[in-house]
Ligand binder design. Structure first.
Ligand SMILES: Cc1cc2nc3c(=O)[nH]c(=O)nc-3n(C[C@H](O)[C@H](O)[C@H](O)COP(=O)(O)OP(=O)(O)OC[C@H]3O[C@@H](n4cnc5c(N)ncnc54)[C@H](O)[C@@H]3O)c2cc1C
Length: 427
């Protein structure tokens, strides 16, 4: 592993973008494998190898300080790198760890946690994921029931998390747990770094609609004991950490911020400019390309791709120059949560009968579209559903009144008592 201490400690955020572009282009051509048709998606093992190549070449964590193994540059350099990297095999499966969890740890972690974990995360040596959603519901994340109790110098965690992507291949989870039942729900939570191989952590797979290897997992946390230093951010301020995590998640999902270049579809769009190359190929193979109705659908998908890219560029620029502030990633994520399921429908229509055939041979694009249709709704749910993004856009960007909440300002212990009373009355 390239030692971060061996790197210059000086960040060099002022490197001209065009100089950086030339450097990135030369590095990519020399070190990264090109994306070849039919090569299949990048798996986690390959992603970790590719991430190590990026790190050792000084192109991982582009906008992270060099102290933590980053390149000490800016998000504009990250955007340039993403443009140049389109067409290469990149470590997409590490998006959660590198583009969501690492920036959150950078924002809130203690020096000890950041020094220990960020270089490993940025090199892909350590994979992190999010332990937020619970069986009782994911949208109301602040209603988490998982408890963390301080015992001497340690924390003891009990509870359950669910819908965790890739838990079988990760090393650490950021776990939101309740640390004070007598505070209102948002102010009695804390965030913890939980090693997934700690005694008391049990991970169970969840079978997806499209079959295949499990993608989601449920975790049972039974008397999991952590050192005091695994607290991320201040005690009882886990909501701020979770908010940052979601902010980075929505940005990464929308292909902006630290996540730029970690989303396979956006890179394809950036490479060809149309965003619908795959759909055109599908229609050609299915013999529907000359059909006027099919061409209309292709035009619709093309317009959505172009608009999405332009809005995304506008948001990126706005955030950079300060014209926009706050949760603009939610607007982009909402757009994707609308566009992706529609794109799935369009692919099915273009593919005709072949579009709905279940996979037969590996690597068949028509088959991939049928699976994509099944999974296309996930983007309207993961990282906060479309409805929750609409709430954020209306309340935080448009300044509309906050959604009514009966539990606002109420100690969480009382919220639970009221809930139990309602259940009793319903019986
Ligand atoms: C692909 C994918 C990956 C995921 N990865 C992870 C992960 O790694 N870690 C993790 O912790 N979680 C993960 N999740 C879980 C995800 O965060 C939750 O599914 C999501 O937050 C919604 O929670 P829920 O499924 O419990 O639905 P619920 O919260 O029960 O919501 C049910 C329905 O009610 C609506 N609703 C709820 N509250 C409101 C409201 N206030 N206003 C309007 N409508 C509302 C919702 O929009 C939804 O339609 C993932 C999900 C997906 C699909």
């Amino acid at each position: 592993m390239t030692s971060t201490a061996a790197r210059s400690e000086t960040d060099r955020a002022d490197e001209p973008l065009e100089d950086f572009r030339a450097r990135a282009r030369a590095f990519l051509a020399a070190e990264m494998p090109p994306q070849r048709e039919g090569a299949g998606p990048v798996g986690m093992a390959e992603a970790r190898r590719l991430q190590a190549v990026l790190f050792d070449g000084g192109f991982a964590g582009i906008a992270f300080p060099r102290r933590y193994g980053g390149a000490g540059l800016t998000l504009d350099h990250q955007a340039v790198f993403a443009q140049e990297a389109a067409g290469y095999r990149m470590p997409f499966p590490l998006a959660v760890s590198v583009a969501m969890m690492a920036p959150t740890l950078l924002d809130h972690g203690s020096d000890e946690l950041k020094d220990r974990h960020l270089p490993r995360m940025l090199r892909g040596d350590e994979v992190w994921l999010q332990l937020l959603s619970e069986p009782s519901g994911g949208s109301d994340m602040a209603g988490a029931l998982t408890r963390a109790v301080q015992v001497g110098d340690e924390w003891v965690i009990n509870g359950a998390k669910i819908w965790t992507t890739g838990a079988d291949q990760a090393h650490y989870g950021m776990c939101l747990a309740r640390t004070d039942l007598d505070r209102p729900k948002h102010t009695g939570l804390s965030m913890f770094a939980v090693p997934l191989d700690a005694p008391g952590v049990r991970i169970e797979p969840i079978v997806s609609a499209h079959g295949g290897a499990a993608h989601f997992f449920q975790e049972f946390l039974d008397e999991v004991t952590l050192p005091a230093g695994n607290l991320i951010g201040p005690l009882n301020d886990g909501w701020s950490v979770a908010h940052s995590l979601l902010y980075h998640e929505r940005n990464a999902t929308a292909g902006v911020g630290h996540g730029r270049g970690y989303r396979a579809e956006s890179d394809a769009g950036e490479a060809d400019g149309s965003g619908v190359d795959d759909l055109v190929a599908l229609a050609r193979r299915a013999g529907t390309l000359q059909d006027p109705a099919a061409r209309q659908l292709l035009a619709e998908a093309h317009i959505a791709a172009v608009v999405s890219r332009q809005v995304s560029d506008r948001v990126m620029t706005g955030l950079r120059i300060g014209a926009l502030q706050g949760d603009w990633g939610s607007l982009l994520k909402l757009g994707m949560g609308i566009d992706a399921p529609r794109r799935g429908e369009i692919a099915l229509a273009l593919g005709g009968a072949a579009g709905v055939v279940w996979p037969t041979e590996a690597g068949d694009n028509l088959d991939a579209h049928s699976v994509r249709w099944l999974t296309s709704r996930s983007i309207a749910i993961a990282g906060g559903t479309n409805e929750m993004q609409r709430n954020i856009v209306s309340e935080r960007l448009l300044g509309m009144p906050r959604e009514a909440a009966a539990d606002r300002g109420v100690p969480f212990r009382e919220v639970l008592a009221r809930r139990a009373e309602r259940r009793k009355q319903g019986e």
